[in-house]
Design a protein around this ligand. Structure first.
Ligand code: GAR
Length: 192
């Protein structure tokens, strides 16, 4: 079977979905580099799912709870292939994909992470950057590999840490930068 078009994108979310919204809105432009063919979530009540459904985008919602990771990922993989997805964009998808899943989609999964990788892989990135006394924080879009937040960085945006910043205030400004960085980086990625 021919490999699916890289410009056919699925977005995976677990919650709010503000990055997903930014990606979808960028795809509405007449000259958009990619189209969003599926929004999938591991949480059927993820707020972002309702937004995507209302927007007329195909959605896939399935919880791994009670199902187990292998069956969950097999169902997710089948949904992605049925939708002829070429690129998977993780956008606040807070579940680790198995090595087997990553291998099947090697080089075709990207993620946005709220730090300047390779600094602050994992969680609580903003609190850790403030505690370290960093002057600058930011976000990164990277390829997903078996190593958590460890794949090649495709794009980054810097955000200054201001006096009096706490993790929430910094997160808000970094999130605004994420919403600009992710659509632009994904557009470049799918056109490679
Ligand atoms: C974003 O800040 C994203 O970078 C982060 O979760 C938030 C999701 O917000 N992702 C990670 O921490 C992944 N390790 P959103 O649902 O509004 O896009």
């Amino acid at each position: 079977m021919a490999e699916a078009d890289a410009r056919s994108v699925a977005i995976l979310i677990s919650g709010r979905g503000s990055n997903m919204t930014a990606l979808v809105e960028a795809a509405d432009a007449p000259d958009a580099a990619y189209k969003v063919v599926l929004v999938a979530s591991d949480k059927s009540d993820a707020p972002g799912l309702a937004w995507a459904r209302a927007r007329g985008i195909a959605i896939f919602a399935l919880s791994p709870k009670g199902l187990g990771k292998p069956a969950y990922e097999a169902a997710l993989d089948a949904a992605l292939r049925a939708a002829e997805v070429g690129t998977i964009a993780l956008a606040g998808y807070m579940r680790l994909l198995s090595d087997g899943f990553v291998a099947k989609w090697r080089g075709r999964i990207v993620n946005i992470h709220p730090s300047l990788l390779p600094r602050y892989k994992g969680l609580d990135t903003h609190a850790r950057a403030i505690a370290a006394g960093d002057a600058v924080a930011g976000c990164s879009v990277h390829i997903v590999t078996e190593e958590l937040d460890g794949g090649a960085v495709l794009g980054q945006a810097e955000v200054p840490i201001l006096p009096g910043d706490d993790a929430d205030r910094l997160a808000e400004r970094v999130l605004a930068a994420e919403h600009r960085l992710y659509p632009a980086t994904l557009a470049e990625f799918v056109a490679r």
